[in-house]
Design a protein around this ligand. Structure first.
Ligand code: EPU
Length: 423
C-alpha cells in the first residue's frame, strides 16, 4: 500500500493545472448508457474512480475507447452503448465505489431493467439511496430490494413530480438522467444545484434532452423518445482547485490554479479571502497569493452554493495553524470528522462538539505518521503535512488516488517535498 512522505515547511510557488472534475465525470460516463450513439468526452481525469466506472460500464457491454492522453494527462474517451447486454452493477463494483448507483436511472430508462447492488454505509456516513428509489418509483418503476440488490423494472418510465426529502447530488443526477427518456414531463423539486449537475445537464442537452431550470432547485425535464451522440468537455474540478488553494493558504507562497473557475467556487473563495488569501481570476484560471499566518474562519457545510462538505477537511487543516479559533460544522454527513484524530497527531488542537469541530490554531504542527481514512480527509492531512515541521507519513493514500490526479507530482511541481513510497 502506497504512502506519502512529506517534508513540511516549503511555500508553494508555480502553476498547477486543474484536472477534469471527478464528480462530473462519473455521472457523465453513466449518461453514455442513454444512447446507442458514440459519446466523445474530453478532459476526463485519469483517476481510480474513473477507471472503476469504466470497468463497470465495460462489464455491461459498453465500449470505452481511450484516445491518447493530452500533454496535461487528461484523457479523451469515446463511449458507445450499442451492445449492452448485462444490466447489472454487481456488489464487487458498488462496494468499491458508491457512485456506481448512477447506472440505475439510465439503465432503467433505456432498457426497462436494472439490477444494482445496494451501496452499504461508508467511512463518512450511512448514505442511503432511498430518494433515488422513491423518485424512480414515482416514475412508474417497480423496485424491490432482494438479497442486497435493487431490482428495478419498468415499461417506459412516466414523467412525474418528484420532491426529494433532502438535497441529494447523485439522487438528482439519477432522476434527471432517467427523466430524459421518460414519457411526459418530470419536475424535480428540491434538486441539487451543484455545478457538476449543470455540467451533466449541459451534456444531456447536447444529446437532445429537454431540461429547464439548470442551476436552480427546480428542474423540468420533457422526456424525448431517444437521445443521440455528442461531444462534451468535462468541467474543471472545483474541489481539486480548492484543495490546492487551501494548501497555499497554509504554506504561504503564490500559485496559478490553471483552468479553475471562480464562478463555481464562490463559498470556498469567500472563506479563503476571509482567511487572508489574496486571489484574482484571469482567463487562465485563479491566481492566488498567501503571506503570513492565516486567520481562523468559521465554516458550515451545506448544499451548493453553500460551503462544500468536500472542502471541510481542507479548511479545517488551514484552521489548525491559523490565528484564533475557528468552528467547522458538518451538516451533510454524520461521520466526516475522521481526520480530526489524525490531525491531532500532528499537534492540532481540535475538540469535537456534536457536529462542530472547534479548532484552536496553533503556532506550528509537527510531523508524525498518520492514516488517511477517506478521500477528502486524506487531502486535509496532506495540507497539514505540508505545513508541519519535519516528516509526515500518510498511510493508505489509495483513498487520495480515487479522486486526485497525480497529487504528489502536482505538489512537487509547486516546490513541495512529497514522495510516494510503496510499502
Ligand atoms: N441521502 C439520503 N438518501 C438518499 C440520498 C442522500 O438520506 O437517497 C443523504 C446522504 O446520506 C447525505 C445527504 O443526503 O447525508 C447528501 O448526500 P448526497 O446524495 O448529496 O451525496 P452523494 O450524491 O452520495 C455526492 C458526491 C460526494 C459529495 C456529496 C455532497 C459524487 C459522486 N459524490 O455524493 O463526493 O460529498 O455529493 O456534496 O458526486 C467526494 O468526492 O469525496 C464525495 C464524497
Amino acid at each position: 500500500m502506497d504512502r506519502f512522505q512529506i517534508q513540511g515547511g516549503q511555500a508553494l510557488r508555480g502553476t498547477v493545472r486543474i484536472s477534469g472534475a471527478k464528480n462530473a465525470a462519473l455521472p457523465i460516463l453513466c449518461a453514455g448508457l442513454l444512447t446507442d450513439e458514440p459519446l466523445v468526452l474530453h478532459n476526463v481525469p485519469p483517476l481510480r474512480d474513473v477507471s472503476t466506472m469504466r470497468r463497470l460500464l465495460e462489464g455491461m457491454g459498453m465500449t470505452c475507447h481511450r484516445h491518447a492522453q493530452s500533454s496535461d494527462g487528461q484523457e479523451t474517451l469515446t463511449l458507445q452503448a450499442n451492445n449492452v447486454s448485462r444490466l447489472e452493477a454487481p456488489y464487487e463494483m458498488v462496494k468499491t465505489m458508491r457512485a456506481s448507483v448512477l447506472v440505475l436511472g439510465p439503465l432503467l430508462a433505456r432498457f426497462g431493467e436494472a439490477l444494482v447492488s445496494l451501496p452499504g454505509g461508508c467511512a463518512i456516513g450511512q448514505r442511503p439511496v432511498d430518494q433515488h428509489i422513491k423518485g424512480l418509483t414515482a416514475m412508474g418503476a417497480q423496485i424491490e430490494i432482494d438479497h442486497g440488490y435493487i431490482k428495478a423494472r419498468a415499461g417506459r418510465l412516466k414523467g412525474a413530480r418528484i420532491s426529494t426529502d433532502m438535497v441529494t447530488v447523485t439522487g438528482t443526477e439519477n432522476l434527471m438522467m432517467a427523466a430524459c427518456l421518460a414519457d411526459g414531463v418530470t419536475v424535480i423539486e428540491n434538486a441539487a444545484c451543484e455545478p457538476e449537475i449543470i455540467d451533466l445537464a449541459t451534456m444531456l442537452q447536447s444529446m437532445g434532452a429537454q431540461i429547464q431550470g439548470l442551476g436552480t432547485d427546480r428542474l423540468t425535464i420533457h422526456g424525448v423518445d431517444r437521445l443521440h451522440g455528442a461531444h462534451h468537455t468535462i468541467m474543471p474540478d472545483r474541489i481539486e482547485a480548492g484543495t490546492f488553494l487551501c494548501a497555499l493558504m497554509a504554506t504561504g507562497g503564490e500559485l496559478l490554479a490553471q483552468g479553475a473557475r471562480a464562478d463555481q467556487m464562490g463559498a470556498t473563495l469567500d472563506k479563503l479571502r476571509e482567511a487572508g488569501l489574496d486571489w484574482q481570476e484571469s482567463e487562465e484560471g485563479i491566481f492566488a497569493r498567501a503571506d503570513g499566518r492565516p486567520r481562523s474562519v468559521n465554516a458550515r457545510t451545506a448544499p451548493y452554493p453553500g460551503f462544500a462538505t468536500d472542502m471541510q477537511a481542507q479548511i479545517m487543516a488551514v484552521n489548525t495553524i491559523a490565528q484564533g479559533t475557528g468552528l467547522v460544522a458538518e451538516t451533510i454527513f454524520e461521520n466526516r470528522f475522521m481526520h480530526v484524530q489524525e490531525m491531532r497527531r500532528l499537534g492540532a488542537q481540535i475538540e469535537i462538539d456534536g457536529h462542530t469541530a472547534v479548532v484552536k490554531g496553533v503556532g506550528r504542527l509537527t510531523g508524525a505518521r498518520v492514516m488517511a481514512t477517506d478521500l477528502r480527509a486524506s487531502a486535509g492531512l496532506v495540507i497539514a503535512g505540508l505545513v508541519a515541521e519535519g516528516t509526515t507519513d500518510i498511510d493508505r493514500i489509495y483513498h487520495l488516488d480515487r479522486g486526485y490526479d497525480r497529487m504528489e507530482e502536482k505538489l512537487v511541481g509547486l516546490g513541495a517535498h512529497v514522495t510516494r513510497m510503496s510499502s
